[in-house]
Design a protein around this ligand. Structure first.
Ligand code: SAM
Length: 304
């Protein structure tokens, strides 16, 4: 099989002369995912990410797998699935392909109004000498974490000695690397420049054809690869967790498991922020509904 030749070098640069791309150009992907292969693929996605994908996503999935298969000179879907199973180093690529990473700066504006005008002033008044810890728990390419950072930094400059740290995590290595680099171009940054020119001017500078997050902001935000099916170490706890536009990808038992994992990383009184079409209505979490998309954990005295 073609991919046998790549054993031990699956990350070979596909642009290298004579590398996998050369043969891939002539290497068409044959046929479609068979029903059995499709079920196997969906099982692999669910087992490793928790994401429950429907069989009607077949065309979408085929389109996402194809460029990677070409780069590896693999012409048959079944061979690629076997390749993933037998090459642990392929899993991060596979996960990059099957996740949906759509995001934007200040997505769902009313959440950011609440964060800036209610959450931060109240938190600051209640914790005058503490460092705020925020977690963007499915941070994609970083826009959400940088939105937290720009908002918190505005408060830091206006209200010393307020300080904060931010953790951004995502299961997809590709987007974690993009978030760390903090370089944006195209629609993502254009929308920010149009809607929040003050923040864009203060926190970004032009770098070639891109805009890059300022170094002092980058120093306060850490990005890591992390699977929400797991729990963070006990000592890593947060005052606010943004878990937005990710629960929608899981079935109800997995949502429950993830919410419970996330709750174990919330300090007493911490806030949980969900995405536009998400709710905890059908779960017993003990969190208090504060307003749509916003939930609060009981404080140390047991008050929710
Ligand atoms: C649609 S994006 C949401 C980004 C951002 N939170 C927002 O609201 O704009 C969903 C992200 O969840 C990530 N994701 C999916 N399953 C995950 C898992 N099991 N653990 C961690 N992240 C996951 C995907 O890689 C993707 O980047």
């Amino acid at each position: 099989m073609a991919y046998e030749a790549l054993r031990g070098a699956p990350d070979a640069d596909p642009t290298e002369p004579g590398g996998p791309a050369g043969s891939a150009r002539a290497h068409g992907i044959e046929g479609e995912l068979s029903p059995t292969e499709l079920r196997k693929l969906l099982d692999m996605v669910r087992e490793h990410t928790g994401i429950a994908m429907a069989e009607r996503k077949r065309t979408l999935l085929q389109g996402r797998l194809r460029p990677r298969m070409r780069a590896l000179s693999i012409g048959v879907y079944g061979d690629y699935l076997r390749y993933v199973e037998t090459h642990p180093q392929e899993w991060p690529h596979f996960i990059d392909l099957v996740t949906t990473n759509e995001t934007s700066f200040f997505r769902t504006p009313r959440v950011w109004t609440y964060f800036a005008e209610r959450f931060l002033p109240e938190w600051l008044a209640a914790h005058p000498r503490e460092t705020l810890r925020a977690w963007s728990a499915a941070s994609s390419s970083g826009e959400e974490a940088w939105s937290i950072a720009m908002t918190a930094d505005t408060v830091r400059l206006a209200s010393p000695p307020f300080d904060y740290t931010i953790l951004g995590t995502d299961i997809s290595m590709n987007v974690v690397q993009a978030a760390r680099a903090g370089r944006y171009r195209g629609r993502s940054i254009e929308q920010l420049i149009a809607s929040r020119p003050d923040l864009a001017a203060r926190f970004f500078s032009a770098e070639g054809d891109a805009w890059r997050v300022a170094a002092d902001l980058r120093a306060r935000v850490q990005f890591e690869r992390f699977n929400l099916l797991e729990a963070l170490p006990r000592e890593r706890t947060f005052d606010i967790v943004f878990l937005r536009n990710v629960l929608i990808y899981f079935d109800a038992p997995t949502q429950q498991r993830i919410v419970s994992n996330v709750m174990s990383a919330m300090r007493p009184g911490a806030m949980l922020v969900l995405g536009e079409s998400e709710s905890l209505q059908r779960f017993e979490t003990g969190l208090r509904f504060e307003q749509p998309l916003l939930y609060r954990k009981a404080d140390g005295d047991g008050r929710a």
